[in-house]
Design a protein around this ligand. Sequence first.
Ligand code: 5GP
Length: 176
Amino acid sequence: MKIADLDFEPLINADTIEKRVKVIGAQLSEDYKDTKPLFIGVLNGSFLFIADLIKHIDIPCEITFTKLASYYGGTKSTLKIRDDIDISVDIKGRDIVIIEDIVDTGNTAHYLIDKLKLKEPASIKLCSLLLKPASLLTKIDELKYIGFEIENHFVVGYGLDYKEMGRNLKDIYKKV
Ligand code: 5GP
C-alpha cells in the first residue's frame, strides 16, 4: 500500500487491536475502580485508541485532551516537542492516566509527565498502544499499560499518520 511517497505493509490487524484494547480497558477498570481517574489523551495520533479504549472502561472516569507533536510529518523523531493544546482541567490530587498512541524515543512522554507532575496529581501512569523498546532513550517508570511492543518500524494507521495521511486505516501498517 502506498501513502504519499512510501510503501507500507500490514503489521497488526484490526481484530488483534480490538481484542487487546478490550483487555487493557478491563485492566484499567479494575486498577482504578476505587478512584475516579482522569484520562488525558494525547492528540492527534491516539484519537482512535482513546475512543475505543474508553468504551471498555466501566468505572466512573473523566477524559480530557492535550495536543503534542514531535514528528512534524517525517518518519524520525525530531527530539523537539511542540505543545499545541494544554489541558484545562485542575489535576491536583487526581489519578491520571495518559493515553498515547506510541512511545518511540520516550521524549514526548517524559516531557508530558514532567509537566503534569508540577501540578501535583495523586498519581500518573502512562498507557500506550505501541512501544518501540529499542528506540526508548530513558526508562519511563510510569509506563504501565502497553498494547503491543514493536520493532523499530515507522508505522501508520489506527490514528497514526504519515504526512497527515493514513489515520483512517483500521489496521496498523509498517514502512517497507
Ligand atoms: P517520542 O517522543 O516517543 O519519540 O515519539 C512520540 C510521538 O512520535 C508519538 O506520539 C507519535 O506522534 C510520533 N511517532 C513515533 N513513532 C511513530 C511511528 O512509527 N509512526 C507515526 N506515525 N508516528 C510516530
